[in-house]
Design a protein around this ligand. Structure first.
Ligand code: COD
Length: 304
């Protein structure tokens, strides 16, 4: 079980095989710096799809040796996203990464019926947060893909996050279905659905995890808070996964943790034929590197 993103980086470096990473619209300095380190560490080999002149210029600026990479010229970012995704669909690459292209644009390429990476499952985003003072790696879902999931979609979102957590070594992750309260308030749909998710997990409708909810953020991550409120729960105070009710809650939570608590962060789309390395364009090159390592470890775990 990995307690932080440094341990994930070490695990990625020790994987038996390099993953082939296709980068969509690779003309981005932070992305190329992350690719440089991941290539140097032997975690990936890289296929850089995008504006060739810009890729060559930026590669020189960040000391990325293009002799070690394949460059595929496609100046249009949306077309580059489609091409990078199609390479994974065709078995020519193992992972795809978002470069200088909009999140919705790469997600649409991934969802394309002919050349995308659909599996029949819902696709969702999982963030790994390495927070000083929390004793484990904390996963959060879904702050980036599904906008306002219904109960059925939340089941799949939780299952995807559980599959990610298990693939990176947590045998039976503890999932907190978050709401604003820890008692079921019939007027709060997020709390009602969180309670239903807990019951569905008890009945085996979510597999491989312990799910409880509704939990508010404080009692999900603080045993003291749970004790003060008299909550008896196998998850309270020790959550591995936080499931947020919608994209706004997830996005605000993730950005608060990164900007105020200076946490390290990594992100991946799960549920597709292959992991999609998906970070925010404003994330640092370190976050992009952590995301490549996290996705490579996830991909290796999936194939076991
Ligand atoms: N998993 C599997 N299939 C899906 C999913 C999913 N999560 N979402 C849509 N689909 C399928 C639908 O069933 C349908 O067949 C097709 O894809 C199109 O569905 P629409 O019409 O809902 O798709 P779009 O293109 O309008 O929207 C899909 C997006 C993923 C682009 C959309 O949900 C979106 O914009 N999400 C937020 C992305 C974002 O801006 N994130 C920013 C935070 S970093």
């Amino acid at each position: 079980m990995y307690r932080n993103l440094d341990e994930i980086r070490e695990a990625a470096k020790n994987l038996p095989n390099r993953q082939r990473l296709a980068v969509a619209a690779a003309q981005d300095q932070d992305v190329l710096e992350a690719v440089r380190d991941a290539v140097d560490w032997g975690v990936v080999s890289a296929i850089l799809v995008g504006d060739e002149a810009q890729i060559r210029q930026l590669a020189q600026a960040v000391n990325l040796d293009l002799a070690k990479c394949q460059v595929v010229a496609e100046p249009d970012p949306v077309a580059a996203a489609r091409k990078a995704v199609a390479m994974v669909a065709a078995g020519e690459a193992d992972l795809v990464m978002k470069g200088k292209v909009g999140t919705a644009d790469i997600l649409r390429a991934v969802l394309d019926k002919e050349q995308g990476l659909r599996t029949g499952k819902l696709l969702s985003h999982v963030t790994a947060l390495d927070i000083e003072g929390y004793d484990r790696l904390l996963f959060m879902t879904d702050g980036a893909m599904n906008i306002a999931p219904d109960l059925g979609q939340k089941v799949q979102i939780v299952q995807n996050a559980v599959d990610v957590a298990r693939a990176v070594g947590i045998a039976e992750p503890k999932v907190a279905a978050l709401a604003a309260v820890e008692l079921v308030n019939p007027d709060m749909p997020a709390a009602v659905e969180a309670a239903l998710l807990a019951k569905m997990a008890q009945r085996g409708q979510i597999k491989g995890a312990i799910v409880d909810g509704p939990l508010a953020l404080d009692n999900a991550v603080s045993l003291h808070s749970a004790q003060v409120k008299g909550i008896v729960s196998p998850v309270a105070g020790q959550a591995d996964i936080l499931m947020v009710p919608d994209i706004e809650a997830g996005n605000v939570l993730y950005k608060s943790i990164v900007y105020f608590a200076r946490a390290r962060v990594a992100g991946v789309i799960a549920g597709a034929k292959a992991p999609v390395v998906l970070t925010s364009r404003s994330d640092s090159h370190e976050a992009k590197l952590d995301s490549i390592a996290f996705s490579a470890v996830f991909a290796a775990g999936l194939n076991q």
